[in-house]
Design a protein. Structure first.
Length: 495
């Protein structure tokens, strides 16, 4: 007989499998140490990034810091991708600038709440599935452009610094890549940041530090409803911004989730992530914060440091608040060179080097999609623009390919001419289809064999009818054969 202990063990295994399948809130207790240390590392990296994004959005530094804390904590509970970091981001900050400049920061808080509502509704109606239509070449372009932008931003910050800053960047990279060969008990980026901070505090080198980027106060965030007139006029002002923020935020979040899926060989719930981003932004707006989304760089730091569960995301947000409230004076002295070194590592880890190998083997028209996506993103300094143009280009190339129709012409012993058509007959290919036939020169009986073709829409039925009509005007008989069941049904419906 099977013992009670064995039955209980089997039951627990089944429950854990069901929980993982549903991606419910859970903590991997075997990875608590790694998740905690990874979250601390990410929290240190979030501070300078958040301060920089605050400057872009033209808001107070604490707004961006509170945003990173709030969104990270909320998304750790409701998000669909374990181990992913969501916070204030540069792409979202760029979209807020004109709203803050024209109407003030309170309108930004209102727009953030509306952004969350829009995203949550998109999750309810499962619209996140449409983001899965983004081609892999465009995703590779997004990732590669992000890697280049991260690297360029770090180089820009390092240039003009004292020579010792370059040494500190090199030392940080050395620790990050060499320490894991000795031990993986602690995240190498965390060790690098701590050691470089100790060096900077004891040598008194004139290095740019976190405190030089923006003012950090030790106040806690509080509930704050936007001070705006809740009228239709206000709604119409913030709606365009909220729609743009919602789409761009989900685009970056879902692409980040897809990247982490590949890095960790696990699956995420995209629809749950959409709803989670909506909840996070609604909560953020109610606490005087701006809209945020998934962060590729910080997520990779988290994964690289051993973070795999929701705890790592939660710790990144919670420890960020502890850093602000308790260790503010120490945080201000963290040298930017150390953080620049960590982010350079992130840039190299982000860039998809494997995506370059197939380019020489691919057809030229397919090979240009990824580089073109990268080029647009770098030119506009906006990843969303690069992805949008990449998707449009991919769609046009796909439409052009699928619109190509081939035909084989042959004569039967009885003098009948047969056209064997292969390809997809739809609104994009009908012009080419109609011109395939030699109406005047053909014999009195013509066979159109559609065994290797498919009729997709009303336009295709109209085109076939047009071909038949032209032959009938010339007193010639036309036989259409080889229609599959779906195509035949469509022909009967519209003919």
């Amino acid at each position: 007989m099977v013992s009670m202990r064995t039955k209980a063990k089997r039951f627990n295994i089944k429950v854990r499998k069901k929980l993982r399948a549903k991606n419910v809130i859970s903590v991997n207790f075997s990875n608590i140490k790694a998740d905690t240390l990874a979250g601390i590392t990410v929290a240190l990296a979030l501070i300078p990034e958040s301060l920089a994004f605050a400057a872009i959005a033209k808001v107070e530094p604490m707004v961006a810091l509170y945003t990173s804390f709030c969104i990270a904590v909320v998304i750790s509970l409701f998000g669909g991708r374990r181990g992913m970091i969501s916070a204030a981001t540069g792409s979202m900050s760029l979209l807020m600038t004109s709203l803050v400049t024209t109407h003030g920061v309170e309108y930004l808080f209102a727009a953030t709440i509306l952004t969350g509502i829009v995203q949550f509704l998109m999750g309810i109606f499962k619209l996140g599935r449409f983001f899965s239509f983004i081609p892999q070449s465009v995703v590779a372009g997004f990732v590669n452009a992000l890697g280049i932008l991260i690297f360029a931003a770090q180089v820009k910050q390092i240039i003009g610094q004292p020579f010792v800053a370059y040494i500190m960047v090199a030392a940080t990279l050395g620790i990050v890549y060499l320490l894991p060969r000795l031990t993986k008990s602690v995240p190498s980026p965390l060790v690098a940041i701590i050691l470089m901070t100790v060096v900077a505090m004891n040598t008194h080198f004139h290095l740019r530090s976190v405190g030089d980027i923006g003012n950090i106060t030790n106040t806690l965030p509080s509930f704050h409803l936007p001070h705006v007139a809740w009228t239709l006029e206000t709604f119409l002002i913030i709606l365009p911004y909220s729609l743009t923020l919602a789409i761009v935020g989900l685009l970056e979040s879902l692409l980040t989730a897809e990247l982490l899926d590949e890095l960790t060989d696990t699956r995420s719930s995209k629809n749950r992530e959409v709803k989670g981003q909506g909840i996070a932004n609604m909560v953020a707006g109610c606490f005087g914060c701006m809209a945020g989304c998934g962060m590729v760089g910080q997520s990779i730091i988290n994964i690289r440091s051993g973070g795999r569960g929701r705890l790592s995301t939660f710790v990144s947000g919670a420890f960020l608040l502890i850093l602000i409230f308790v260790f503010r004076d120490t945080v201000k002295q963290i040298p930017m060179a150390a953080l620049n070194g960590v982010m350079i590592m992130v840039a190299f880890e982000t860039f998809d080097w494997k995506s370059l190998k197939p380019l020489s083997k691919m057809p030229l028209i397919d090979a240009i999609i990824m580089p073109f996506t990268v080029a647009i993103a770098l030119w506009t300094n906006d990843l969303a623009d690069g992805v949008l143009v990449g998707v449009i280009l991919s769609t046009l190339i796909f439409s052009w390919k699928i619109a190509q129709i081939k035909v084989i012409k042959s004569f039967e012993p009885d003098g009948t001419k047969q056209y064997t058509v292969s390809g997809q007959i739809f609104f994009g290919s009908i012009a080419n289809f109609v011109e395939l036939f030699n109406y005047i020169e053909d014999p009195t009986t013509v066979v159109i064999n559609l065994h290797q073709a498919h009729v997709w829409d009303h336009a295709a039925v109209t085109a076939i009818s047009k071909v038949i009509s032209r032959y009938e005007k010339l007193n010639k008989d036309v036989v259409v054969l080889g229609l599959n069941q779906e195509s035949e049904s469509l022909m009967r419906t519209f003919s």
